[in-house]
Design a protein. Sequence first.
Length: 224
Amino acid sequence: MDALIVLAHPEPQSYTAALARTAAEALAADGWNVVLDDLAAEGFRPDAGWHDVLEEPSGPLQVMAAQGRAAAGGGFAPDVAREIGRLQACDLLITAFPLWWFGPPALLKGWFDRVLANGVGYSDHPFTEGPLKGRRALAIVTTAGDEAGYYGPEGRAGDLRALLNPVLHGTFAYCAFDVLDPYVVYEADGPDDAVRERGLADLRTRLQGIGTEAPIATRPLRAQ
């Protein structure tokens, strides 16, 4: 089994990076072939554009159309092609990121924009069919707030599952992944080292059964 861990944090000594490395070590110890994809270390640029494809610019850029032509044989630029190759080889995709401004950092959003391309990440039948159908996807998330008072259903920031809906439903499920329950470490940058140590240990335990863990149901958000 092959796993791709996409780390989206600019600081290699961050706790998010520690979680990504722990996930890589745990999966490798369990027999997985693991690629740890540190986007910041590799200089991955988050902005989509004509630079994503080998096609010469011709008029205004329509990203979906350009990606579709590249997927059909026109070719992607080397940095995008490298990421697509890693994605297509994996059985399990893990994204490790901090929650910034109620969503993933620009690095990860840009990876979604450029790599989960038309014809690569999704097809004409999103949510039910697509090139990535049958693969599994897990989000590892760090956040400063606490679980109940800040990110609970009645929390000041809102329910964390709702905040993660653009990733879980609008990205993973849209691409027909089997979406796994996100792994969240709350109060990750607080004063308590025990919180972070427990987060690493619990992640190792969680990943022991990740190959057979039942996916969750995702759904679109509705107006209240």
